[in-house]
Design a protein around this ligand. Structure first.
Ligand SMILES: NC(=O)c1ccc[n+]([C@@H]2O[C@H](COP(=O)([O-])OP(=O)(O)OC[C@H]3O[C@@H](n4cnc5c(N)ncnc54)[C@H](O)[C@@H]3O)[C@@H](O)[C@H]2O)c1
Length: 320
C-alpha cells in the first residue's frame, strides 16, 4: 500500500512512518515543519519508499498531488495543543479547519480512505468519565480561546462524518488522549517531555493549577498500532473511536514520579493557571477514555504503562 501521512514529520506521524515502512509499505509525508522536524524522519532517509513533501495541507495543488497518488490517507497535520492555539489563535484554527476540509474533499474526489486524528479535548469540560465516543461534549464560551482547539477539531469530525454519510467515503475519526514517547517536544507545553527535560537539568518542575487535575498517558507505540489497525478495519468506517490509556495520574503525582525516575534534585513549583495562560483560563479536571469500542473493533489495548513511558522518554531525551 502507498500511504499519505499528513503531519508525518511530527511526533506521532514520524512513528507511524517508521511502522508503515517496517511493514513493507510505501509512504509519502506532507508536512510544513511548523511543529514537526525533518530530523524526526531522518533515520529513514535513503529509504526510496519514503517521499517527503514540504508544504501545507492548505495548499490545494500539493494536497491534490499527494492525495491522488496514494492509496489511503492518515491525516494528522494540525496545530496541536492548547498552548499553541493560545499563542497563534488565527493560524491554528485555519490549519485545523481549512486543511481538513481540503484533505477530505480531495480524498472524496479520488475515493481514498481517510483516518483523521482528533483529540480528547473535544469532550471539553464534561465530567462524565470515562468519556464515551457518543457522550455529550461540554465546551466553554467562544470568548475563552482555549476552547478553539476543541471546537475546530470537533468541526473536523463533523465534516468527516458528513462525507461518510453523504458519499460513503471510508473515514474513521480517532480521538487520541494524551500520547507520549520519544521525539515529543516539551516546547508547546506537552507535560511529560517538559517535566523530564527540567528534571534532567535539575530545574524546578512547574505544576499548573492545584496539580490535582489528572490525565492518562499512552505510549506512542501503542497509539500507532491502534491507528494502523483502525485504518484496516472496515467496521470502523463512519465511526469515532477513542485511543488512550486508562491509567490515571494527577499532574502533581506525575511530577513526583518524574523526579524519582530521573533521580533529580528538582523541586516542584506550583503556578496558578492565570499566571501561565492569562485570566479566566479553564482546564479539564479529569480525562479518562472508555476504550471499549477500540477493543471491540480491533482488540486494541495499551501494552505499556507509565513507568515504561518515562523510561523511553528519559532515554530519548538523554540521547538528544
Ligand atoms: N500528542 C498528543 O497527545 C495528541 C493528543 C490528541 C490528539 N493529537 C492529534 O494527533 C495529531 C498529531 O499530533 P502530534 O502530537 O504528533 O503533534 P506534532 O505537532 O508533533 O505533529 C503535527 C504535525 O503537523 C504538521 N503541521 C502542522 N500544520 C501543518 C500544515 N498546515 N500543513 C502541513 N503540516 C502541518 C507539523 O509540522 C507537525 O509535524 C494531531 O492531529 C493532533 O491533534 C495528539
Amino acid at each position: 500500500m502507498h500511504y499519505l501521512i499528513t503531519g508525518g514529520c511530527g511526533f506521532i506521524g514520524s512513528h507511524l512512518v517508521e511502522a508503515l515502512l517496517a511493514s513493507g509499505h510505501q509512504v509519502t509525508v506532507l508536512d510544513d515543519l511548523s511543529t514537526g522536524a525533518i530530523s524526526n524522519v531522518q533515520a529513514m532517509d535513503g529509504d526510496d519508499r519514503l517521499q517527503v513533501l514540504i508544504g501545507s495541507v492548505t495548499d490545494k495543488d500539493l494536497v491534490h498531488e499527494a492525495v491522488s497518488q496514494c492509496d489511503a490517507v492518515f491525516h494528522l497535520a494540525s496545530a496541536v495543543g492548547v498552548q499553541l492555539i493560545m499563542e497563534r489563535p488565527v493560524e491554528t484554527i485555519d490549519t485545523i479547519v481549512t486543511g481538513t476540509q481540503l484533505v477530505l474533499e480531495r480524498a472524496n474526489r479520488y475515493r481514498k480512505p481517510v483516518l483523521l486524528t482528533s483529540t480528547s479535548e473535544v469532550y471539553g469540560k464534561s465530567t462524565s468519565v470515562p468519556f464515551q465516543e457518543d457522550g455529550d461534549r461540554l465546551a466553554g464560551p467562544t470568548t475563552k480561546h482555549r476552547w478553539a482547539y476543541a471546537c475546530a477539531k470537533a468541526l473536523d469530525e463533523f465534516l468527516a462524518m458528513a462525507y461518510w454519510k453523504s458519499s460513503h467515503l471510508p473515514v474513521v475519526v480517532v480521538r487520541l488522549f494524551n500520547t507520549v514517547g520519544p521525539r515529543q517536544t516539551g516546547q508547546y507545553g506537552m507535560v511529560i517531555p517538559r517535566f523530564v527535560q527540567h528534571a534532567l537539568s535539575n530545574e524546578p518542575l512547574q505544576v499548573f493549577g492545584d496539580g490535582q487535575q489528572s490525565r492518562c498517558f499512552c505510549h506512542v507505540a501503542d497509539v500507532v498500532r491502534g491507528l494502523i489497525q483502525l485504518m484496516d478495519c472496515d467496521q470502523a468506517n463512519g465511526q469515532v473511536v477513542n485511543l488512550g490509556s486508562t491509567q490515571e495520574v494527577s499532574i502533581r503525582e506525575l511530577a513526583e514520579k518524574v523526579i524519582a525516575h530521573t533521580g533529580s534534585q528538582s523541586k516542584i513549583q506550583m503556578r496558578p493557571y492565570d499566571d501561565v495562560f492569562g485570566p479566566g483560563f479553564e482546564d479539564m479536571q479529569r480525562r479518562v477514555p472508555s476504550i471499549e469500542k477500540a477493543r471491540q473493533l480491533v482488540n486494541w489495548l495499551p501494552e505499556r504503562d507509565l513507568d515504561q513511558i518515562l523510561t523511553d522518554v528519559v532515554a530519548g531525551l538523554r540521547t538528544n
